[in-house]
Write a protein that binds this ligand. Structure first.
Ligand SMILES: NC(=O)c1ccc[n+]([C@@H]2O[C@H](COP(=O)([O-])OP(=O)(O)OC[C@H]3O[C@@H](n4cnc5c(N)ncnc54)[C@H](OP(=O)(O)O)[C@@H]3O)[C@@H](O)[C@H]2O)c1
Length: 245
């Protein structure tokens, strides 16, 4: 299938490793022009050169103003923006009693406001061209709370509501907004959470961890003109972990 992504301009946040990097690579396989992002300029340069990406923008999504500035910079470097993928680093781990107000604020900035700020900058450009694909990588936690991922559980379900409302507002402009919900996926983040791989596998009907490419290929399809009638959806890539409809 030709996804018709040749020359489409994409910014993928949080793309030096893991799921974000896999999305950047998958879009590039379809010949999109991709800008990658990391907090760290050395890691960014390394990623740009390893992937042979169009370029990169540094931004720390836990810091106010960074997502907005990076999106502006990306539009300038690419000469437009067709595809915006908001993928962030993972939020804090802890029970409700462990999470300080400062941590709530940091995770809100990271998981929520970075999305809002990037979208505010991207929308006028996408509206003008009558084409836009906005994707946000969240988590199973958006649908079913995960143990000790309090801020993720709280913030990501709200973000799903925001995306649904935004999707309706911009649908007639040729812009879609969809959420991708990774299940237990084989990345550094999963290692950082220090979960037993054996126990995780037992929880997953597929009996294995997800490969970041499996989510990335869906993201690439959703970013394409072929997926123009799919919007406002939260789609899990989780080997069957979510049991509800
Ligand atoms: N892996 C899983 O099983 C799983 C399950 C559910 C949900 N998720 C969610 O999916 C998202 C991606 O996860 P992943 O597994 O791919 O994580 P990962 O392997 O840790 O990769 C995170 C990416 O985000 C970047 N990043 C981290 N903090 C950042 C910041 N403050 N500003 C800008 N970029 C930042 C990292 O780059 P630099 O360090 O170079 O900045 C890296 O490229 C996370 O939000 C995670 O919570 C993952």
């Amino acid at each position: 299938m030709d996804l018709k992504l040749n020359g489409k301009k994409a910014l993928v946040f949080g793309s030096s490793t893991g799921i974000g990097r896999a999305i950047a690579e998958s879009l590039m396989t379809e010949k999109a022009d991709v800008l990658v992002n990391s907090r760290d300029s050395e890691r960014l340069d390394k990623t740009v050169s390893e992937l042979n990406a169009h370029g990169g923008v540094t931004a720390d999504l836990t810091l106010k103003g960074h997502a907005e500035k990076a999106t502006r910079e990306a539009i300038e470097k690419l000469g437009g923006l067709d595809i915006l993928v908001v993928n962030t680093g993972g939020p804090a781990k802890g029970a409700f009693a462990d999470i300080t107000t400062e941590q709530w604020e940091k995770d809100f900035q990271n998981l929520w406001l970075s999305f809002v700020d990037a979208v505010k900058v991207a929308l006028p450009v996408m509206k003008k061209q009558g084409y836009g694909r906005i994707l946000v990588v969240t988590s199973l936690a958006a649908k079913e709370p995960l143990p000790l991922l309090t801020t993720s559980n709280g913030l990501r379900s709200g973000l799903a509501g925001l995306c649904k409302s935004l999707a309706n507002e911009v649908a007639a402009d040729g812009i879609t907004v969809n959420l991708l919900l990774p299940g237990y996926t084989n990345t550094d983040r999963l290692k950082d959470l220090k979960l037993s791989e054996e126990k995780v596998k037992q929880m997953v009907p597929a009996g294995r961890l997800g490969d970041p490419c499996e989510l990335a290929d869906l993201a690439t399809f959703l970013a394409s003109p072929k997926a123009g009638y799919i919007t406002g959806q939260s789609i899990a890539v989780d080997g069957g972990v979510l049991r509800g409809f």
